[in-house]
Design a protein around this ligand. Structure first.
Ligand code: SF4
Ligand SMILES: [Zn+2]
Ligand SMILES: [Zn+2]
Length: 503
């Protein structure tokens, strides 16, 4: 059988569907186990034929690591508990379960369990991804093309744990990309090579057994079914909006119907997120709520959600936003690399008249500018302030929002997608910079949050001082950013009598 060096990873052999692969058995192989079909299939292959994958016959050089987000579907946990863990126990394979210790990276990573006889997959660590999202009043998001949640709740934990575990020693990192994900694997390899080059050493070498075996999604699922006797379901967080990747819409909705209380939680998370920002539904141009209304079978789920709203403690939030102007091509052309002037009138070099009409410090939206000096504005960054101004029951909260609008003759508008009522006391004008303010009733639990300089910028842009309503509490103190100092902080949890303690 030919030996494949990692550098020839994508020069696949012509024939064998499950080729023998001899990786340098110099170190440890780490399989990051997401509980889904792909990594389960790889685990089964390793258990059946360790030698084919360059592993020791007793698998003593394999470490399976699972990052716990706290929002995995219960049936996925149950599947692995019943069908996979007994096999790991029999083979004495080391399973490490890790999770974020808190909101801040500097809080470190908790090892919930590190065992060669694991009894169960942990449902959650000290904090759940959904806790973080609820506090922030948002849903999982993509930034710069990458899923922030996955980076923070999986990637970060795995990297920190590996850094603490292996120090400077390299290891082999197994990833469950299947044959249909060749592109993702190639990208992953490129990134890892870059990281290795930056570090001046091989941190780890990626290894993709399913791609080498040329197994696509369906073959992988069939393989798991054949070996474990039950079809495996997709593994992902219940509120994952990237479910197009994780599972088809119909499979996802079926699962929500099977777990109406989880579905109600997810819908409530989306509801709060949209109350604070109409456009931040789970699917961008569509909300999960709307999608579910399209199928009559989802009625019990929607009822559970409505009931959960009625029972939830409610809050009135005052939401203020400042939309800054972005630099435009004109601005760059005339004002070079950095421009601290008002970017919306940077259509041409400033004239003496411009300087008189809208000097540097006085350019805010009320400045009309001299005719023709203004180019089209572009939207820049947006700042948001969320303050809790009242807490109590749902119907009172909604009534108070309506009364506020009626009393002051502010427009009361329903969100186009969310249908949530908001009393708008300040609406955005055309162009940028702009500012907007409204009050809205929604389930309580969002942490008050705004940037340190928000109030100053708000006053500068609107002439108003502070929020219209008095916030219930002071802003939480700005937590000084704590750095890990480059050293991973790993905490070992202890479990006594079924209760897990985190030091
Ligand atoms: S499954 Fe979805 S929500 Fe959960 S961490 Fe991954 S991308 Fe984020
Ligand atoms: Zn400029
Ligand atoms: Zn001008």
């Amino acid at each position: 059988m030919p030996a494949l060096a990692p550098s020839t990873l994508f020069d696949l052999p012509d024939t064998s569907p499950d080729p023998a692969v001899f990786a340098a058995p110099s170190g440890i192989t780490v399989l990051s186990y997401g509980l889904g079909a792909d990594s389960t299939a790889i685990l089964l292959k390793f258990l059946a034929h360790p030698e084919r994958y360059g592993l020791a016959p007793d698998l003593s050089d394999l470490v399976v690591v699972h990052a716990v987000t706290g929002d995995e579907w219960p049936d996925s946990l149950d599947y692995v508990d019943r069908l996979v863990l007994p096999r790991l126990r029999r083979a004495g394979v080391r399973l490490v379960q890790i999770a974020r210790a808190g909101r801040h990276d500097a809080d470190g990573v908790v090892v919930l369990d590190d065992s060669r006889s694991p009894r169960a997959i942990f449902q959650q660590g000290p904090m759940r991804l959904s806790d973080e999202l609820r506090e922030a009043g948002t849903v999982p998001q993509i930034a710069s093309g990458r899923r922030t949640c996955s980076l923070r709740w999986k990637g970060f934990c795995l990297d920190q744990w590996a850094a603490a575990e292996f120090g400077g020693a390299s290891f082999r990192r197994v990833i469950g990309y299947h044959y249909g994900e060749l592109g993702r694997a190639e990208k992953d390899t490129r990134i890892q090579r870059l990281l290795n080059a930056e570090a001046g050493r091989t941190i780890c070498e990626p290894f993709y057994p399913l791609i080498l075996a040329r197994q696509g999604r369906q073959e992988v699922e069939d393989y798991v079914l054949e070996h474990l006797g039950e079809p495996i379901r997709k593994s992902y967080c219940a509120m994952c909006p990237f479910s197009g990747v994780c599972a088809s819409r119909s499979a996802h909705e079926q699962r929500l119907r099977e777990h109406p209380h989880i579905a109600a939680d997810v819908l409530r998370m989306e509801h709060v997120s949209m109350a604070l920002n109409e456009r931040s539904s789970l699917y961008g141009s569509a909300s999960l709520y709307r999608r579910l209304t399209e199928d009559g079978r989802n009625r019990p789920v929607l009822r559970a959600f409505e009931e959960s709203l009625d029972q939830a403690p409610y809050a009135i939030y005052e939401v203020r936003r400042i939309f800054f102007a972005a630099r435009t091509a004109d601005c760059r052309e005339h004002h070079g690399r950095s421009c601290r002037s008002a970017k919306w009138w940077c259509r041409r070099p400033r004239t003496e008249q411009c300087r008189a009409d809208h000097p540097d410090a006085g350019f805010e939206p009320w400045c009309p500018g001299a005719a023709g000096c203004r180019g089209a504005a572009a939207k820049g960054t947006a700042w948001r302030s969320v303050r809790t101004v009242w807490e109590g029951g749902r119907s009172t909260a909604e009534h108070m929002v309506r009364e506020f609008a009626r009393e002051h003759r502010f427009p009361l508008r329903r969100g186009e997608m969310s249908e949530i009522e908001r009393a708008h006391y300040l609406a955005t004008a055309d162009g940028y910079p702009a500012a907007a303010g409204y009050v809205v009733a929604a389930p309580a639990g969002v942490r008050d949050k705004q940037r340190q300089n928000f109030e100053a910028a708000w006053t500068r842009h609107t002439g108003e001082i502070g929020s219209r309503w008095t916030p219930l509490r002071e802003l939480p103190p700005q937590e000084a950013r704590r750095f890990t100092g480059g050293k991973p902080l790993i905490r070992q949890a202890r479990t006594l009598g079924g209760v897990t303690f985190i030091p």
